[in-house]
Design a protein around this ligand. Structure first.
Ligand code: AMP
Ligand code: TRP
Length: 332
């Protein structure tokens, strides 16, 4: 049986991109693999959130995983900072990672922006820690949205570098699992930029915690164009906002984009938006209600994370022992 690792940074309210690009797929894969779903708080630290927010968002993202259907009896749910082996392996892997590889990372370039000299070392080393997250469990598959593809390729390169350096096939190269539909959910305000936590406009994204009225309003206000929907994605090629909304509908309904176009062929956007909002609400509102219930009992959430950390630590420390032996560190 393969092993899955994935994670999300607890840095703010999750959005529909996180759901369709990541969590929904984790839920679907849960029975076919052994799973570890992590709250990557060490990665979140690169943005230096204040301590109250770190705690709050960690519990909220844990609640979102569980409310969306991750079952702590089947999957290990835990905080990255609770398993020291991630950081230890990150150091080891950083010694095998040429700077040239890191200099190619587009996410660093985007996040550092114009002020590269001021960006912290953590942000630069971020993909090495991500490789360690995956490799410390010798995970075979990593379900993520498309934006993480480059980081995953780097993780494979680093795994290969370790294997070559020590002449051992210790790490299997982890495979990305990127689903076709909604691998990249776009902003509701601009169909050419990705739906993201960092977009200043709240109307650009749908949050897990948005109530039905807010969802309906954001969809009503979503950018579209004056033409009706045509029957195929090809005939709407230059209409990114239209394709994005149809893609969201398709992903939530478990149908293809082609099928969604056929269903709404000839429809106006006002009619389609009504169906889309209903569909989003029917899936996201039960998740929101469950999150609210879970967040009323933080002690229970903390116990779930504690149990997950114990299970993750058992796996990770065994692998770390093996890795240290391969490297030639003295066993104490
Ligand atoms: P982040 O919010 O950057 O920690 O992302 C967590 C997960 O959600 C990763 O697997 C991302 O690939 C995925 N994700 C984030 N934004 C989007 C988006 N707009 N469309 C699809 N997947 C996304
Ligand atoms: N970098 C990922 C993101 O921003 C989060 C992440 C950290 C991750 N470690 C990971 C995803 C390991 C998959 C596997 O979305």
């Amino acid at each position: 049986m393969g092993r899955i690792f994935s994670g999300i940074q607890p840095t703010g309210d999750l959005h529909l991109g996180n759901y369709l690009g990541a969590i929904r797929n984790w839920v679907k894969l849960q029975d076919q693999y052994k799973n570890l779903f992590c709250l990557v708080d060490l990665h979140a630290l690169t943005t230096l959130p204040n301590p109250q927010d770190m705690t709050k968002w960690t519990r909220e993202v844990a609640a979102a995983y569980i409310a969306a259907g991750i079952d702590s009896a089947k999957s290990i749910i835990f905080s990255q900072s609770a398993v020291p082996a991630h950081s230890e392996l990150a150091w080891i892997l950083s010694c095998l990672t040429p700077l040239g590889w890191l200099n190619r990372m587009t996410q660093f370039k985007e996040k550092a922006g114009k002020h590269r000299e001021k960006a912290n070392l953590g942000l630069y080393a971020y993909p090495v820690l991500m490789a360690a997250d995956i490799l410390i469990y010798r995970a075979t598959h990593v379900p993520v949205g498309e934006d993480q593809k480059q980081h995953l390729e780097l993780a494979r390169d680093i795994a290969g570098a370790f294997n070559r350096q020590y002449g051992k096939d210790y790490f299997e190269l982890p495979e990305p699992l990127i689903l076709k539909t909604a691998a990249r959910v776009m902003s509701l305000r601009d169909g050419t930029s990705k739906m993201s936590k960092s977009d200043p406009s709240d109307y650009s994204r749908l949050h897990f915690m948005d109530d039905p009225d807010t969802i309906a309003l954001k969809i009503r206000k979503a950018k579209t164009d004056p033409d009706p929907i045509t029957g195929t994605p090809q005939t709407m090629e230059n209409r990114p906002e239209a394709l994005n909304l149809l893609g969201i509908y398709a992903a939530l309904s478990d149908i293809t984009l082609e099928e969604a176009c056929r269903i709404f062929e000839g429809a106006s956007f006002s009619a389609f938006k009504k169906s889309l909002a209903d569909q989003i609400i029917s899936i996201m509102d039960p998740i929101r209600q469950e999150m609210l219930a879970l967040l009323k009992d933080p002690g229970n959430l903390d116990r779930i994370l504690q149990k997950g950390a114990e299970e993750a630590n058992t796996l990770a420390s065994q692998h770390l022992r093996e890795i240290k032996e391969i490297i030639g560190f003295l066993r104490t």
